[in-house]
Design a protein around this ligand. Structure first.
Ligand SMILES: O=C(CO)COP(=O)(O)O
Length: 256
């Protein structure tokens, strides 16, 4: 369902889960489970599962994303993957700046910005992750922090490119903890994200932007979270690894 003509997107972020063999089994279950979705359905999978995911989802309503992309086009960057490598496979989306990347792999707002620009230049749709730690929330700096993360991530991104950008609000304290933000907390920050994008690109661009919530979204809480006016979808970790659970969330977004 569209909110003010916005596209709701439910994206799975598989993280470091599923071998190619396991991915095959999960995607086989997912295809029939989400075939009537009224929202966009994306699965962001490990690099080693991309070929399988792209091949298996051809002709279905499932879109495929990667979980990271390097900012250089090519060269001596052992172990890295470029935007061209991903688009050439048929990959459409890419998660950028996930808090796990920021926490364990020294990702910064600046590298998030570089990756975002490289993704867009290469024809990928970035899902840019922002969000505060529990400490930051308790200190009352959530909105300032998220505004800064969004501003730096989008530095140098044109208004035209913004049409392909998705922003995911993922409070770090809610990721993988079973502790979900309340629907009002999610709405408050998703609205703040839309506001800062409005300041940068104007009202119309802000209204068109898809802003997702992520952090322990599950079949039980999805409907309430997705009913909020500024929550246009979800970035789902744990529950995206179970076809039946993911399908319930997709249904909730279809209603939302
Ligand atoms: O990090 C997330 C999605 O990117 C959320 O993970 P969980 O849904 O497992 O909390």
């Amino acid at each position: 369902m569209d909110k003010q003509n916005r596209k709701a997107i439910i994206a799975g972020n598989w993280k470091m889960n599923k071998t190619a063999t396991e991915a095959k089994a999960l995607i086989s279950e997912l295809i029939p489970a989400v075939k009537d979705a009224g929202c966009e359905v994306v699965i962001c999978v490990p690099f080693t599962d991309l070929v399988t995911a792209v091949e298996m989802t051809k002709g279905t309503n499932i879109h495929v994303g990667a979980e990271n992309v390097h900012f250089e086009k090519s060269g001596a960057f052992t172990g890295e993957i470029s935007a061209d490598m991903l688009t050439d496979l048929g990959v459409e989306y890419v998660v950028i700046g996930h808090s796990e990347r920021r926490q364990y792999f020294a990702e910064t707002n600046e590298t998030v910005n570089k990756r975002t620009k490289a993704a867009l230049a290469g024809g990928l749709k970035p899902i840019i992750c922002v969000g505060e730690s529990l400490d930051q929330r308790e200190q009352g700096v959530t909105e300032e922090l998220v505004r800064m993360q969004v501003k730096i991530a989008l530095n140098g991104v044109t208004a035209d490119e913004l049409k392909n950008v998705v922003i995911a609000y993922e409070p770090i304290w809610a990721i993988g903890t079973g502790k979900t933000a309340t629907a009002d907390q999610a709405e408050e920050v998703c609205a703040a994200i839309r506001k800062v994008v409005g300041e940068l690109y104007g009202e119309d661009a802000a209204k068109a932007l898809t802003v997702q919530y992520g952090g322990s979204m599950n079949p039980k809480n999805a409907e309430e979270l997705l009913s909020k006016p500024d929550v246009d979808g979800g970035l789902i970790g744990g529950a995206s690894l179970k076809a039946d659970q993911f399908a319930v969330i997709v249904d909730a977004a279809t209603k939302g």
